[in-house]
Each structure stands twice: as C-alpha cells, then as structure tokens.
Design a protein around this ligand. Structure first.
Ligand SMILES: NC(=O)c1ccc[n+]([C@@H]2O[C@H](COP(=O)([O-])OP(=O)(O)OC[C@H]3O[C@@H](n4cnc5c(N)ncnc54)[C@H](O)[C@@H]3O)[C@@H](O)[C@H]2O)c1
Length: 312
C-alpha cells in the first residue's frame, strides 16, 4: 500500500486536472470536486491526454487512470483523503470558503496543500480554525510535467506536515524546494519575473529583438540552468578556485551590470512592442503548433534529466 494512498483535488481546472493525472499515475486514487458542469469531462479528457506523456516519463508503472471519482462537494471529496491538493480559483474568498468547508471533514492526519501562486500562506490560513496541517504546495504548470514544487509552512504549521508534504511530492515524482519566508511570488516566479524584466528592458532599449533575447536564453544559459542553478554553475565557472575565485574575478563586473539592469514596468506601449516582437518570432506558427513544440521539447528533456537524476 502506498503512503497517502487516497488523494483529493479541489478544483479541476488547468492545475487541478494535471495534479489529478500525476496522482493517478503514481498509483493513488483521486477524488475531485469542481462545481463546473463541464469539469468531470474536462478532467477525464486531461488525464487521457496526459497519460502517454506520464508513461513516457516512466511514471505510470503503478497507475490506474480509472481510480478517479467526482464528488458533489469539497467536503465529500476530502472525506477519507490522506493528501488534499487545493486548486480553486486564486481568489481569497473562494479559498477561505473552501477551507472552512473541508476542515471538519478532514481525516485527523490529512495534509492540505494549496497550489496558490499569488496568495500567501498567512492570507489563506485565515480560513482555518487550526491550520497546523495546511501547507503551500506551489507547482509549475503543468504539474504533471514540470518537476518543481515550492513547499512552505510557517509558525502556525506543524513542521512534520511540511516534511510529510515534501515526502508525498517526491513519491509522486516531484522535486521540492523549501520556502522559509513569505514573499509574493515565492521563489521561482520571482526568478522568472527578474529575468523577464531584463529581457523586456533589452528589447525596449533596442539592444536586441524579442526573438533574439528569447534565443539568448534558450540557446545559452537556459540550457545550463536546466542542468544546475546559477550559483552552482558559477562555482564551476572559475575552475579549481570555485565560487570564491569566480567572485574575486567578477565582483566589479557583476556589480556594474546589476547597477545598470533595467527597471521596466509593463504599460500599453511596452506590451504592444512585445506582442509585435513575439508575432514576428512565431513566423506564422499557431499557438497550438508552438505549444506542441514546447511540450515535445520539455518531454524530451525531462526524459533525459529524470533518467540522469534517478541514476545519480
Ligand atoms: N495556471 C497556472 O499557471 C498556475 C500555476 C501554479 C499555480 N496556480 C494556482 O493554481 C490555482 C488554480 O489555478 P488554475 O490555473 O488551475 O485555475 P482554473 O481557473 O483553470 O481552475 C480553477 C477551477 O476551480 C473550479 N472552481 C471554482 N470554484 C470552485 C470551488 N468553490 N471549489 C472547487 N473548485 C472550484 C473552476 O470551475 C475551475 O475548473 C490557483 O490558486 C493558481 O494561482 C496556477
């Protein structure tokens, strides 16, 4: 019997359906609550669509796509669940109402994790009488394909709940990081925001086109970042001397670049420049064609990196 054998997904939209597919693939059952009349079909279709990808990644050995049920209420969905992933819309009132409804129905040791991207843990804890086993479990879209989950508790959270949530996510094939302090955007979205800000600034300053700035990421450091993070890579960037030698050498350079980085804000003019640039870069390919290309590339990279991670 697997640990956390019974799971629940509250909300079966973009994120909830993908989580459901991953949990099913790992050999767990999933009960779903989503009030949209079309939700059951959409989630079932999503699971069917994601299954071949999960199989290619070697994640469906114990899985059963039929181990999914749909409930009439959030409280009914969490009954009996060991792990509950909350993916309702990013509106604080809906989150609070959901937590207030499910709290009395939870098993005593169930863990509830929120996928919330923008709301903080402490904002969401307001919906609870006792949020000791409620954590942040923030994925990247789509959660069945992108490994990262940002996990966070705070002083109102049982430390064991955070550890158990990490263990659960790792058991279903995820890579977790621990967020130790509340920050809007957690960690990874802030990193995305930082690089996108400079990417836009370079375009607006006329340094390079949208297409070339994007290319500079995916054909350059982006490929290395998929292997290791920036600090470890720079540790390897000065040979035997490691990060100390790298910093001795490049401190003035980096401080100079940081002082010069753009401080852009999105406005209509900036958006129109980016929209025109991305349209040029697409060279007539539709969004569906580009999405299929992106997914095929991510799957190919994931197959290799998952294999290498498992072997190391
Ligand atoms: N989309 C992303 O890229 C992304 C990435 C990471 C995290 N998230 C977070 O995941 C959460 C869900 O986002 P999404 O993109 O899946 O949104 P979505 O709009 O695609 O899905 C939300 C689903 O919740 C359902 N719903 C509405 N009210 C509900 C209720 N009371 N109980 C249960 N379900 C209800 C809706 O019918 C819908 O199917 C948000 O907190 C969001 O911040 C989103």
């Amino acid at each position: 019997m697997v640990e956390f054998a019974q799971t629940a997904c509250l909300g079966g939209g973009v994120i909830g359906a993908s989580w459901a597919a991953l949990f099913l693939a790992s050999g767990r059952s999933v009960s779903v609550f989503d009030p949209a009349p079309t939700a059951e079909k959409a989630v079932r279709d999503y699971v069917e669509m994601a299954w071949p990808t999960l199989t290619e990644l070697g994640l469906t050995t114990y899985g059963n796509p039929e181990a999914i049920s749909f409930c009439d209420s959030a409280a009914a969905a969490v009954e009996g669940a060991d792990f509950v992933q909350e993916n309702v819309p990013e509106r604080v009132a809906i989150k609070h109402a959901t937590f207030a409804e499910i709290e009395p129905a939870l098993k005593p040791h169930a863990i509830v994790a929120s996928s919330a991207s923008g709301l903080t843990l402490s904002q969401m804890q307001v919906g609870w009488d006792n949020p000791a086993r409620f954590v942040l479990g923030h994925p990247f879209n789509p959660p069945h394909l992108i490994p990262l989950v940002e996990v966070m508790g705070n002083d109102r959270t049982d430390a064991s709940a955070v550890e158990e949530a990490e263990r659960f996510y790792e058991a279903v094939g995820k890579v977790t990081i621990r967020v130790s302090k509340e920050k809007p955007g957690h960690v990874a979205n802030r990193l995305q925001a930082a690089i996108w800000r400079e990417a836009i600034s370079l375009v607006i300053e006329g340094v390079a086109s949208v297409e070339d700035v994007d290319k500079a990421v995916w054909a350059g450091p982006g490929l290395r970042w998929a292997a290791m993070g920036p600090t470890m890579l720079f540790n390897l960037g000065a040979g035997e001397g490691g990060l100390q030698a790298f910093c001795d050498h490049f401190t003035d350079t980096f401080n100079g670049w940081w002082d010069d980085l753009g401080r852009i804000h999105l406005n209509d003019e900036v958006v129109q420049t980016l929209v025109a640039g991305v349209s040029d870069a697409a060279q007539g390919q539709t969004a569906a064609e580009l999405s299929a290309k992106r997914d095929a590339l991510i799957l190919a990279m994931q197959k290799v990196t998952t294999g290498l991670r498992d072997a190391s």
